[in-house]
Design a protein around this ligand. Sequence first.
Ligand code: SF4
Ligand code: SF4
Length: 204
Amino acid sequence: MNTKTNTLRMYHRKDHVLNAEAIASGALQRANNPGESMTTKQINYEFRERLNRILGGFSHNYCYQCGACVADCPTHRFLPEFSPRTIILEAMYGLEEDLIGHDSLIWNCTNCYNCYERCPQEVHPIEVIIALKNMSRQLSLHKPSVDNIINRVAEKGVTVAQTELVNRRRNDLNLPAFEPECIDEIRLLFEQGEKEKSKPDRSE
Ligand code: SF4
Ligand code: SF4
């Protein structure tokens, strides 16, 4: 497959037609490098193709950099350097070294889904961010705390630690004590995931 031709084609959603590279070139120039322009030769197409193949990753191609996602992002409010728009822009450029890693800003996303609701292009920025997190985990470049969450899901089917404080609060609210549910099904899903990981990449 000619990956460059593939990524340079016109994408459209909701009657908007755009050229992802043209948008990215202009936007990054304005945002970060007012004195420099970035050419399509500098775009990491190989990284973008890998992102395209991960569930939720492909829609980064639809972004036209309007900024609606930033306006309602709670993380951006308290951490101005975090911006879903910039993350999508970096994905359009294929800036793997900025996006993938223990210290990447992507780990500050709260998964609130406000950007999902806001985006007029159905880019679903949160899902692109989740795809980037999954790429990081595949490369063992994720935050160590992610392993704790995965272990909790595997053992108890929940992402948040069930502490004594949580149990006391549940008791105060007349809720039953927490009991893990559907653990057998969750284990099956984990086992299936391990089997899938060991298969060759059929999208190549
Ligand atoms: S709202 Fe959608 S189209 Fe606009 S900048 Fe964010 S991701 Fe891109
Ligand atoms: S899901 Fe993440 S990127 Fe999207 S609005 Fe919430 S914190 Fe911001």
